[in-house]
Design a protein around this ligand. Structure first.
Ligand SMILES: NC(=O)c1ccc[n+]([C@@H]2O[C@H](COP(=O)([O-])OP(=O)(O)OC[C@H]3O[C@@H](n4cnc5c(N)ncnc54)[C@H](O)[C@@H]3O)[C@@H](O)[C@H]2O)c1
Ligand SMILES: N[C@@H](CCSC[C@H]1O[C@@H](n2cnc3c(=O)[nH]cnc32)[C@H](O)[C@@H]1O)C(=O)O
Length: 416
């Protein structure tokens, strides 16, 4: 059973799925293992992840392991209708289409839950929250969930601290082979790619303000720097602000930064990064994009209330005409630009290869272990497996410790 925009798009979707499969060698290796071992026979897995070709390939990997798979998107704007149709044609239960209303978004989460999943794979925790609030009947049978992203992990840690979490969660985001690569290099490349594709504008020579110097922020800053921008970072954490400074970027308050910005990219996972009077100080033509979470980093209501007209001037670009005539441009409705912009393709396949390998192995870990109710890291063995498989696929060999080196490292008595 599936609900997608148009099954006539399936052939194009399958072509795109086949293309990413060529660039996801770690996941393909796991898929072969799953095919032989069938660990998920009799198990239903429900996911709430950006629905596009790489995610469909994760679904096919779980299906190869014997699972019944039901998938929906984790953002109203990020579903690729061709990949969704392709996944449905390949036997996955797919619920979702691009440009959902909030009601449709939650209705397709409910469609996935109607399959009574045993394991959940979530991105942002909307599905996990929906289960706890609206489908408590499922809590008895759900073995656990995997969470893909930083903000989802924060939400779930908050839930657990309040005693509200009712099943174990593996924080896939917190695996090294996830955040060091996905959040940094993935968000760095895909955000700039989506901004350039959406605007057809030059990055070189522009003042690019990056709000937040976490794993995503440092990726975005480094890629903007590589394209020739003058990068300015804003932060609230003194250590990260120092890191940004010593990585060579200017650091200042948001109020100072907005005055000189040509392009602002928020990647904090926090609310109201740009709000109120910030819009009054911006230069004519300033571009605003978010690559963090949801659509709360740039306060759209404040922007709208200060503008006299709003017009979609190009796909995924809204022009806000301010009272004094300045024009500010909001990309992709302030939702994460690398996925929600019509031209957003998400992270490169080679990156999602590792993130989704961690997802697949974490789902198996939940199945094979009686985990406590907690938000926990995936075991180090998963990181080690994924990193070694990735290096092998890249044709890279590394050294290993000799016995002498191992005992030297373990020996505290040997000094100068
Ligand atoms: N677009 C994508 O594909 C993508 C990929 C991975 C993560 N994310 C999302 O991006 C966000 C950031 O993730 P991360 O892994 O970099 O998190 P992180 O915790 O490593 O970094 C966030 C940074 O933002 C800073 N920050 C918080 N409030 C701020 C404020 N008011 N002004 C300036 N800086 C502020 C924090 O101090 C921190 O350094 C999260 O919401 C995450 O879910 C998006
Ligand atoms: N529901 C939230 C989700 C945040 S997305 C952030 C996550 O998206 C993931 N991501 C980035 N690119 C892709 C992709 O191309 N396919 C699937 N997931 C992706 C990435 O792993 C990251 O942790 C929202 O819509 O705002």
């Amino acid at each position: 059973m599936s609900k997608v925009k148009d099954m006539a798009l399936a052939d194009e979707g399958i072509r795109k799925i086949k293309w990413v499969q060529k660039h996801m060698p770690v996941l393909e290796h796991i898929k072969k293992q799953f095919e032989e071992e069938k660990p998920f026979e009799g198990i239903t897995i429900g996911s709430c992840l950006h629905l596009e070709p790489k995610t469909v390939n994760l679904g096919l990997t779980l299906q190869a392991g014997g699972a019944e798979v039901a998938m929906t998107g984790c953002n109203p704007l990020s579903t690729h209708d061709d990949a969704a149709a392709g996944g449905a044609a390949l036997g996955l239960n797919i619920y979702g289409w691009r440009e959902q209303s909030e009601t449709e978004y939650y209705s397709t989460i409910n469609d996935v839950l109607s399959h009574k999943p045993d394991i959940i794979i979530d991105d942002g925790a909307d599905m996990i929250l929906t289960i706890h609030e609206k489908r408590p009947d499922l809590l008895k049978t759900i073995m656990g969930a995997c969470e893909e992203t930083t903000t989802g992990v924060h939400r779930l840690e908050g839930m657990h601290a309040d005693g509200a979490l009712k099943f174990p969660v593996v924080a896939v985001n917190d695996a090294y082979t996830k955040y060091l690569f996905d959040n940094r290099y993935g968000t760095g490349q895909s955000s700039l790619d989506a901004i350039m594709g959406t605007t057809n504008m030059l990055i070189a020579g522009k003042n690019v303000v990056v709000c937040g110097y976490g794993w995503c922020g440092r990726g975005v800053a480094s890629r903007a720097d590589g394209l020739g921008a003058n990068v300015i970072v804003t932060e609230v954490d003194p250590i990260r602000a120092l890191e940004a400074r010593m990585d060579g970027f200017r650091v200042m308050t948001i109020r100072e930064a907005v005055k000189i910005a040509d392009l602002i990219i928020t990647v904090t996972g926090n609310i109201d990064i740009i709000k109120g009077d910030d819009f009054k100080y911006m230069k004519d033509g300033c571009l605003l994009a978010n690559s963090g979470h949801f659509n709360v980093e740039i306060n759209r209501e404040d922007l709208e209330s200060q503008s006299v007209a709003v017009e979609e001037v190009r796909e995924s670009i809204e022009m806000f005409v301010m009272e004094d005539g300045r024009k500010l441009y909001l990309l992709a409705d302030g939702r994460l630009v690398n996925l929600a912009a019509a031209r957003g393709q998400g992270h490169p396949a080679e990156i999602m290869d590792m993130s989704f390998a961690v997802q697949a192995l974490s789902a198996k870990y939940i199945l094979e272990n009686d985990l406590p109710i907690d938000v926990m890291k995936a075991p180090d063995s998963i990181d080690d497996t994924v990193a070694r498989l990735k290096l092998k696929a890249m044709g890279i060999e590394i050294d290993s410790l000799s016995d002498t080196q191992e005992s030297y490292l373990a020996n505290w008595a040997q000094g100068t």
